[in-house]
Design a protein around this ligand. Sequence first.
Ligand code: ADP
Length: 991
Amino acid sequence: MAGKLSTWFVLSSGSSSHGWNDDCKKHYFSLRLFPRSLVSCKMRPQRSSNRPQAKKIFPAQLPQSDNLVPDGSGHSDSENTDDISALSSNSISKDIVAIQRYDDRNSSNKLNLSIGADKVNELSTVNIQDVIGMIRNAEKNIHILNQARIHAIEDLEKILGEKETLQREINSLEMRLAETDARIRVAAQDKIHVELLQDHLEKLQTEMSNRNEIQDIVLRSPDRQTRVLSEELNILRNENMSLKNDLMRLQEELSEVKKTDERVEMLEKERSILESSLKELEYKLTYSQEDDSQLSTLRSEYETLWDKVEHLQGLLDKSTSQADQAILVLQQNQELRKKVERLEESLEDASIYKLSSEKLQQYNDLMQQKIKLLDERLERSDAEIHSYVQLYQDSVKEFQDTLDNLKEESKKKASGKHVDMPWEFWSRLLVMFDAWSLEKKIDGDEAKLLRDMTWKKDTRIHDVYMECKDKNERETITAFRKLTSLSSSPGLHVIHIAAEMAPVAKVGGLGDVLSALSKALQKKGHLVEIILPKYDCMQYESIQDLRVLDIVVESYFDGQLFKNKIWVGTVEGLPVYFIEPLHPAKFFWRGKTYGEPDDLKRFSFFSRAALELLYQAGKKPDIIHCHDWQTAFVAPLYWDIYAPKGLNSARICFTCHNFEYQGTAPAAEIASCGLDIHHLNRPDRMQDHSSTDRINPVKGAIVYSNIVTTVSPTYAQEVRTSKGGQGLHATLNAHAKKFVGILNGIDTDAWNPATDGYLRFQYNANDLDGKAENKKALRRHLGLSIANSRRPLVGCITRLVPQKGVHLIRHAIYRALELGGQFVLLGSSPVPSIHREFEEIANKFQTHEHVRLILKYDEALSHTIYAASDMFIIPSIFEPCGLTQMIAMRYGAIPIVRKTGGLNDSVFDVDDDTIPVQLRNGFTFVTPDEQGFNGAYDRAFNHYNSDSEGWQELMRKVMSIDFSWDTSAAQYEELYQQSVAKARAVNRAAG
Ligand code: ADP
């Protein structure tokens, strides 16, 4: 291309020397156009290298003129193109050098060309004019070239400017390209959406077509499709509208709910205010009930006082008449005195004649005696008068005091305030005790003790006084003396003889009761000792300082004496004696506590040996407390054998923990321990109701004990009926005066979730987190599912015997699964058929994720189950007291129980409106069948699932109930004290 252009330039420049300018102009335009074509070509980078080549070549061709063309070549332009090209590559370059030099020197006239010698020779032959012309032309050419160069530079600048513009354009295009790419991507996504929508539309269409065949036909036509689509759109719009409406409605409802929430909050506040005022009212009610009882006490006192006032009135009347009489007597006395004076005068007269007459002397003596008698009479009469006057004055004073008291009391009643007994009350008692002391009706010590108690306003003084309101003085004094005998004692000496004691030898509730009651009594200041058999299977690690004594106690059995080793140690801080009979039958080396065929022999032997130990140790206990049939023999043995021997300081208390077990046996067997069967085998003594040949130890204990108790008030009522008495109701009714039901407590130190060493996580009513952790830990330990922490866990820990409602326990397992709960049973059964039945169930659920049955006795596990359970079932057919419901509550597990015995005294249904709210603590049912049980069970689950906060509240509430032995032990203490006081009074009367 460059070559061709050069050729074109040379030819045109050489065509006419005159037409140079025009050609140059043409050339110039060509030049101006040339870069443009170059520029346009430069758009493609591979060609950009051409442009600088063109620029170089172009000026190099300029010196070529017609003259410079080789002479005589005769070749046409077209023919010589190649040669020219060749030339241009050699000579043109030389010419350029020459022109440049010329140009450099810038001289118009001087020709100083450094050209070769050949050229100089040629030039000499050339006309100078031509040379000048050539030079001029060359100058012009140079000029033109310069201009062209300027233009070219300008063009170059423009090109560069254009290049920049183009670059910018390129950049913006690239940007747009990127944008377009992005849009394409978006469009591609849109396309996918559209495709999806189309799919959807197709699906809708198919659906529509499925729905309605007619519509299907319509849909096939595109118009109809459009219509259907628009209809669908309308439907969607309508749906949208309705959704919007719904949304608005929901928003309205939400604001309503918020308002309701606020209202609920307000109501909550009102409720709490009402609750607190209710509590206040209840408190006031209790207070007013106390006031009421105080009022009734005051009323009865008022009546007594009124009686007294009437009595005093009578006394006053009597005194007045006596005073009148006294005045009469006084007048008579005065007359007598006058007579005496007169007699004295006559005596004086007579004394004058004294010496004169013997008779007179005698008369004188007689008169003297008469005077003496009269004087004595006078003195007596004076004293009598004075006492009458004193009595009168006292009566008036007492009358006045009574009136004052009455006034004071009526004032207090009017003011409605509860006050302690007025000082007058205590002062009157002080005076009364002083009077008794002076009158030698009580001794000095007794008077001092009573005065001290009165001074301290001891309520026992008040109580005895109230008890004796209607009694005469002698009875009143006896009652106060009893009080002194108890108060002066440092505490009672109580000895329990039993077959169980927790934790060393525990089978059931008896073990718990024994240690907890003993501890509570010990805490109250009594000396408590326990006598147990020394079982081989005891928990020996719970006995401290166990040692055998260096004595042997011999006791009678089957007509001979057997030696017994005596061991001592302490259990839970209590002194315990363990009897180890050295009998060939090895009574307590059986690996178990009960359930041996010779149980009767084992425990009658033990009862006798225990009394023998007391006797030989010379102990003088105030109370011997025996428990259940195993130690029921103690009562008749004590009175028939040991009291006559001298062990007679004690009163016997017998507690029956379960009347189902009475230990009846053929009369001959009972005789082994030395009881006189002929004497005892009578219907009113030990004869069993079932046969004249059977002896009933429990019946014997009821008859031969001073105090008989059972373990709850409701059970005490139940066993006095033919239905619940297990044949002993008649005996219990006959001895009703000494029979009482005292609700057991639990050992709140041993059963305390805040300190329980068996638990991995301790907790209390104010911090229930630990309970949830224990639940998780137990589930893990037993391999139960831990997936849902809210799934309720039902616990049951029991001896599996018919009494405990085993059919309902079995039902509860399956029902728990139906209700979405988990179930854990810890139980052991002495009944083989029941054991087998539960073993089958246990095997069935061996790997179940929600049920586990552990058929053994396990103290440690029992603690963890109480702690982990949300609910706890005790569906007993009958239950003397039951401890598990109390333990469960202490650990925050809500009890579900049948309303019987002690369960009825300790669990009150949360939905029972007849029970004060503060007492409601569980779920109860009456009928011992599945339907009855479900009534409580389902409610409990419902409560748990629907009201989590309420359930927590209930947990906190039951955990705070006081199930300690404090109250129950106080009742036993009172029974003991009354019995002991009665005995002392009898002994005093006898002695
Ligand atoms: P009873 O004396 O009729 O057996 P209670 O409710 O009065 O029933 O007392 C039962 C006591 O025995 C509770 O302390 C309970 O925890 C415990 N207990 C019952 N069965 C077991 C067992 N299998 N493992 C551990 N402790 C048990």
